[in-house]
Design a protein around this ligand. Sequence first.
Ligand code: SAM
Length: 290
Amino acid sequence: MNLCDIETIHAVLGRHGFRFSKSLGQNFLTDETVPRRIAQMSGADRTGNAVEIGPGMGCLTAELCRQAKRVVAVELDRALLPVLAETLAEFNNCEIVQGDVLALDLAALCKEKFGGEGAVACANLPYYITTPVLTALLESRTFEKITVMVQREVAQRICAAPGTSAYSAFSIYVQYWAGAEILFDVPADCFMPRPKVDSAVLQLTPLQTPSVAVRDEKLFFALVRAAFNMRRKTLVNALGPVLGGRMDKDGITRLVESVGLDARVRGERLSLADFARLADAAGETAKGDA
Ligand code: SAM
């Protein structure tokens, strides 16, 4: 069965009386090359396992079942369970877990389903939960690769370089924990119903150790957030809310200059290494004051 064929989709969903839910981000793929390429590039193979988020009617799940040893797919919408029972009937290496992916402990799920074996994560994500899902996938410290379809702008934001308008606190968060690359673009007419935005397949490769060394991770991310909360302001002004309790504006200026940055620089121009040097210097200053 070609699960991306529009007539097949109508026939199967019609048999089960299924109606698309906009609020659950249900846009199903209608181009069979897309799930095939995602599965092939996911890193899942016969010796590996895969977790899928949001199988829908199972087009990516089926490709993963052909590629991986075991597949666990988490679907929130109960109405899709009888659909998936029909479309995935030919596979004996697949399990559907009904539930909200954001309410699950993904590390515990993988341990329970795959024992100590490695796993990759894959999804055509429901876009309304892109950021929390990517955060949960990275924080689970469980997946060797994470290959997900997201809104194209979000993929570009995650992979953005310093000084570009797409560079954000979330770019830094993701790039701190993982390598990030856009694998390929997917136009809006590859989905049913057609979404308003174009998409891209993003691949994250979680790192064994973060991409930059920082002594105080909390302070590092507090500085990043402050810099981007007021991204039109100079870094010195933007850091006031975080560092103001410890030092005055002259102190913040000296701190910024002490790590080789211009006092007039905006935070959006700083690389992860710049933020790491800044956080370490701020931590040292705080210690010196104590
Ligand atoms: N994988 C299918 C495809 O590519 O055609 C469907 C992808 S569709 C964009 C997103 C899927 O995620 C839907 O099946 C939707 O019901 C499911 N979903 C939405 N919110 C979810 C959540 N919180 N947890 C798990 N699945 C969710």
